[in-house]
Design a protein around this ligand. Structure first.
Ligand code: 5GP
Length: 203
């Protein structure tokens, strides 16, 4: 018997804040925590694998899925569509598995409207200058791209009030430890517990 339903951890950050690396590291380091695989119309980047990083789908397929009500949330980011499968989330929650949703602030807002037990975490860069430096060091981004990402970062950071926690990613190990502490503490919340196992304990 599971002691509680799975928890949704919604994690957002501006591009370049180190969110993907942190999300991979935390799912690797904690049991019973997985990350949801989104569908996207974006083309795969070198090294990305369909079904592991994303489900890469056509615009038409995405539209069909949207019309069928398959998504718990969906959004357009940098002109590409992204969406999270409703069915996968519901299955995980029912099985008591915690899920990380690495999604943007538009998607976070939609989850907030429908799920009052989800936990919202924002990964903050230490400064805008460091964020820009990290984007430039990626080298794959062109100048106009960097400018667009910086503008978008400002807009996303302005949405910080939506989130329950802010983790500043200045030092990776420290940010990971803070993220892990949030997950571990949220797992112990009384209000999420199914009471029957406590009743069993008292028999
Ligand atoms: P990237 O294309 O660089 O992997 O992701 C771009 C942005 O889209 C990131 O901020 C990422 O969190 C966001 N994203 C990825 N999957 C989803 C999703 O299913 N829904 C929403 N709303 N955003 C997503």
């Amino acid at each position: 018997m599971t002691r509680r339903d799975g928890i949704l951890f919604v994690v957002s950050a501006p591009s370049g804040a180190g969110k993907t690396t942190l999300c991979t590291a935390i799912t690797d380091s904690l049991e019973n925590l997985t990350h949801s695989i989104s569908s996207t119309t974006r083309k795969p980047r070198p090294g990305e694998v369909d079904g592991r990083d994303y489900y890469f789908v056509s615009e038409e397929r995405f539209r069909e899925m949207k019309l069928a009500g398959d998504f718990a949330e969906h959004a357009v980011v940098h002109s590409n569509h992204y969406g999270t499968s409703k069915r996968v989330l519901l299955d995980m929650i029912k099985e008591g598995v915690d899920v990380i949703l690495d999604i943007d602030t538009q998607g976070a807002r939609q989850i907030k409207d429908h799920c009052n037990t989800a936990v919202f975490i924002f990964i903050m860069p230490p400064s805008m200058a460091i964020l820009e430096e990290r984007l430039r060091n990626r080298r794959s981004d062109r100048e106009d791209d960097i400018r667009k990402r910086m503008q978008r970062a400002v807009d996303e950071i302005r949405d910080f009030g939506l989130y329950d926690y802010i983790v500043v990613n200045r030092d990776f190990e420290r940010a990971l430890s803070e993220l892990r502490s949030i997950v571990v503490a949220e797992r112990c919340r009384t209000k999420l517990m199914k009471v029957n196992w406590i009743e069993e304990l008292l028999k």
